[in-house]
Design a protein. Structure first.
Length: 289
């Protein structure tokens, strides 16, 4: 006769194998074998549904917690359910479950808020995302890199680049360098670029440590510079990528080169296209754009 610990371990294993159906079968089998499920077993099943991006199964498992297993949902339960919905672009449901958790008397954790802000980003609700960030600021919670990236991305979707810059500064003041990582950098550069503010995007990019600037950030900045017809800067940036050992996407290189041909001045075009292709042979960084 299996006990709750053995069943919970089996459910967790199903989750690691991305087998949510099997996880729910094990959980259901506990009820039929009169093995009383606890929050750990139910949350393991919810997590299995979450990692498999099966929000419908997660919702059914969540509803069965109280109805079938007589287990009260806790913060982890809501986090798993909210994450399942957020990943499936069911952002409204994710935010509704945040409200339900609060109404149940549960205190949202930083993970809860990060998931909710991510849902706001997917739903284009940047103002609501900033409201949630304000809730974090008014609590004892300290925002992290995930908070920063999600909040900045939410602002980017709304073309609110100034708000994105303000968010990054606020989080940096509270958390320090630990609140900014490669994803945050790319999101902030992208927020400026999407709003056609290439100067701001470049300033953000140059203000970051090389340790967190990866190929994604370079490509995001290249996209912003391309839109502004800053071909010479694109060439310098590609040269710098080569020097740092970062591989530029062939599609990006080709698109920049082809776009450069549209420059009306043949003299300028020749100079700028020459700069564009320097990245193939340059061996020193070009820091000044």
């Amino acid at each position: 006769q299996p006990d709750v610990i053995a069943c919970s371990t089996a459910i967790a294993a199903c989750g690691q194998g991305q087998q949510p159906g099997l996880a729910l079968n094990v959980l259901g089998g506990m009820h039929s074998q009169s093995v009383r499920a606890d929050a750990m077993a139910c949350n393991a099943a919810l997590h299995a549904c979450s990692v498999a991006h099966r929000w419908e199964l997660a919702l059914a498992a969540f509803e069965d917690m109280a109805a079938v297993h007589s287990v009260q949902a806790d913060t982890i339960s809501f986090n798993c359910l909210m994450k399942s919905c957020e990943q499936a672009h069911q952002w409204q449901r994710s935010l509704l479950f945040l409200d339900e958790a609060r109404q149940s008397g549960l205190q949202p954790t930083l993970v809860t808020y990060n998931i909710a802000i991510g849902a706001c980003e997917k739903g284009g609700r940047w103002s609501l995302g900033l409201s949630l960030l304000e809730d974090i600021a008014n609590s004892s919670l300290v925002p992290d890199a995930v908070t920063c990236a999600a909040s900045v991305s939410a602002c980017a979707r709304g073309l609110r680049w100034r708000e994105a810059l303000a968010v990054s500064r606020m989080i940096h003041c509270r958390k320090g360098d630990g609140a900014f990582d490669a994803a945050s950098c790319a999101a902030l550069v992208g927020a400026c670029g999407q709003a056609e503010q290439w100067e701001a995007a470049l300033a953000v990019f140059r203000g970051q440590s090389h340790s967190i600037v990866d190929a994604v950030s370079y490509h995001v900045l290249l996209d912003a510079l391309k839109k502004a017809s800053q071909w010479e800067r694109c060439g310098h940036l590609l040269s710098e990528m080569s020097w740092r050992g970062l591989e530029a996407s062939p599609d990006v290189v080709q698109s920049v080169a082809l776009a450069g041909r549209d420059i009306t001045s043949e003299k300028d075009s020749a100079v700028q296209l020459h700069q564009l292709w320097l990245h193939c042979s340059v061996h020193a960084p070009l820091h000044s754009l």
